[in-house]
Design a protein around this ligand. Sequence first.
Ligand code: HEM
Length: 139
Amino acid sequence: MTKLLLSVHVIAAILAVGPIAVAASLFPRFAREPTSPVAAFLHRTCRTYTAIGVAVPVFGVATGASLGVLGDTWLLASVVLTAVAAGLLALSILPAQRRALDGATGVAKRLAMTTGVFNLLWAVVVVLMIVRPGSTTGA
Ligand code: HEM
């Protein structure tokens, strides 16, 4: 059962967070032109995969419960970083993309920065998931 939950968790992380990271990174380049259909498509991609991405923490928590590691420091740190990244996406990146598409100027540069921080957070979470510092339950 744990293996199934972990598989769904990792597949969701790859297939949902991956496209968001790529689409959000490309968005600022195409958003300089507010009517760009590519920018609109990238924004839609980010929104769609954000909805699918909810499966990542859901199956992450289920995996953690099944392994009995929900109280572990490395896991709690991952949960906090995941929450920060999700908040950044939902409250900052997606609304800023919308504003850029609505014709606001000067959004692209800041968006490029927040998106960079966002991608960095995922990288840290993935390393935490793999290294599990302080964990005594495996390598
Ligand atoms: C609420 C947030 C999350 C929770 C509770 C969570 C929980 C877990 C748990 C319990 C494991 C199993 C570790 C083990 O085998 O001992 C795991 C593995 C993994 N998680 Fe997460 N996770 C979360 C977020 C994420 C995110 C955001 C990503 C990627 C962007 C991610 C990527 C991975 C990967 C790649 C593994 C496999 C690591 C390995 O087995 O070597 N997780 N996660």
